[in-house]
Design a protein around this ligand. Structure first.
Ligand SMILES: [Zn+2]
Length: 142
């Protein structure tokens, strides 16, 4: 009985519909950034797996990388999306702090080996003209 229930659960169309509704794949911040860069006519590579912090977008020739940071996990300073859960507050703060420290360390490692990095915050993707201007300026830098 347990087995058939499990199978039922796995193939339940309601569940899979609900799960796909939680996070539509083409609206992740990473995909939105890529769409913007493609529209700008830039050529980039995805995921610098060998680079510190695995940047979301890599321009190998120019030694430039871009990160898209979620405001919540990466703690966008002063942003309304960077909330802290009420329960287990100190535990959450430790987790958040570890993420922020890791981001900083990765940025230093990249800089130390001659890479320029840019962070685009998730919420900034809503202001399309601004984000385009920032990306253009970053890519034009020598
Ligand atoms: Zn934000």
């Amino acid at each position: 009985v347990a087995k058939s229930r499990r199978n039922e659960y796995v193939t339940d169309p309601t569940t899979s519909r609900r799960m796909s509704a939680v996070r539509p794949i083409d609206t992740t911040p990473e995909k939105r950034l890529r769409r913007i860069l493609t529209d700008m006519g830039t050529r980039y590579r995805l995921h610098g797996y060998r680079l510190p912090g695995r940047p979301d977008v890599v321009f190998p020739g120019r030694k430039k990388v871009i990160f898209v940071h979620g405001c919540y996990w990466h703690r966008h300073h002063g942003c309304s999306r960077a909330t802290t859960p009420v329960r287990n507050r100190s535990l959450w703060n430790q987790k958040f702090e570890a993420t922020v420290l890791r981001d900083r360390r990765n940025a230093e490692l990249l800089e130390g080996s001659g890479w320029h990095s840019l962070v685009i915050w998730e919420c900034q993707l809503d202001a399309l003209d601004d984000v385009r201007a920032r990306l253009a300026a970053f890519l034009a830098e020598e």
